[in-house]
Design a protein around this ligand. Structure first.
Ligand code: ZN
Ligand code: ZN
Length: 314
């Protein structure tokens, strides 16, 4: 399966500011040598040698992930502002994508605010949008952000081919893939999802405050976490913040590393970035997480920093 990130920020969309862009340009100018400018190749080499935090950004959109299954079925996790870019990107594929499977972790604004802008898919009767959540009244909750005076139209304007499916059993099948879920600690609750397809496993667990019980080697935890190929995990805080913001519903990047190591998970994607952190701070968190993982018994895990447009194939 292929995972693509369309929104990686927590809490609120966070566009780059003018001064942040100026600092990036300034950092490039300070690095450049006359020899870097001589030919198109030297210019390309120079640009590709720049670190991601200077020649790029983690991005400012809130949570949205696209997962393409091996059979090309399309699963989407959450409808933060990133889903608007995904919708536009998919426009040219509308002709053949008939089914969109959208799973909600929970209903804080940063995970639903993009849904009315997932257009024209939500308004196109040719597109079957299958919306999922374990929360029984989730249609009513989603409709809450689409009513006067907060929004000009109501959820009833969505096409009739949008369906609201309450998850009741332990798992469901989409094509060959099995999707299961579990409730995590977060204010009001949040659900983690796991996809297993053709022997590969990915877990999406955002807005999660990891607990001691999540580390316990009981049969339920072992079945859900052990030896997964990839986990996209809430790591909004530094360790200091996690102590200060106990009970706020997020985890530190160091605890995320502990967790991936404890469950022998191959790839850890740091996710739900703090809106106050710029690209330089994110780069230093990434560096610290890699330093910290060296002190784990299982130091083979690959730590990845989520950024918009990142694609990972497992
Ligand atoms: Zn969130
Ligand atoms: Zn939340």
């Amino acid at each position: 399966m292929k995972i693509r990130f369309w929104g990686v920020r927590g809490s609120i969309p966070t566009p780059l500011s003018s001064s942040q862009i100026q600092r990036k340009v300034s950092a490039v100018v300070q690095r450049i040598q006359a020899s870097d400018l001589q030919t198109p190749e030297t210019r390309e080499n120079f640009l590709s040698s720049l670190p991601d935090n200077i020649f790029g950004t983690v991005g400012g959109n809130t949570t949205c992930l696209e997962v393409r299954l091996d059979d090309d079925n399309l699963i989407i996790f959450d409808a933060g502002s990133g889903i608007s870019r995904l919708g536009n990107h998919l426009l040219h594929e509308n002709d053949y994508i008939r089914n969109y499977y959208i799973f909600f972790t929970h209903f804080h604004w940063d995970h639903i605010q993009g849904l009315p802008f997932f257009s024209p898919q939500v308004f196109n009767p040719k597109c079957n949008l299958h919306l999922y959540s374990p929360v029984p009244e989730f249609r009513e909750i989603l409709s809450g952000q689409m009513r006067n005076p907060y929004f000009p139209i109501t959820i009833d304007m969505f096409s009739k081919s949008v369906s609201y499916n309450v998850l009741k059993k332990h798992s469901i099948k989409i094509g060959n893939a099995e999707i299961s879920w579990r409730r995590m600690k977060h204010p009001g609750g949040s659900y983690s999802y796991k996809i297993e397809e053709n022997g590969k496993t990915m877990i999406f667990s955002t807005d999660t405050e990891l607990q001691n019980t999540d580390f316990e080697k009981n049969s339920k935890n072992i079945k859900y976490y052990q030896n997964s190929d990839l986990i996209v995990l809430d790591s909004q805080y530094t360790l200091d913040e996690a102590i200060e913001k106990y009970d706020w519903g997020h985890s530190s990047y160091s605890l995320a590393v502990d967790f991936a190591a404890a469950w022998n998970i191959n790839k850890l994607v740091l996710f739900h970035h703090e809106p106050l952190y710029d690209d330089n701070k994110m780069a230093s968190i990434y560096k610290s997480a890699n330093w910290y993982k060296k002190y784990q018994q299982n130091s083979d895990i690959q730590v990845i920093l989520a950024r918009e447009d990142l694609e990972i194939i497992i």
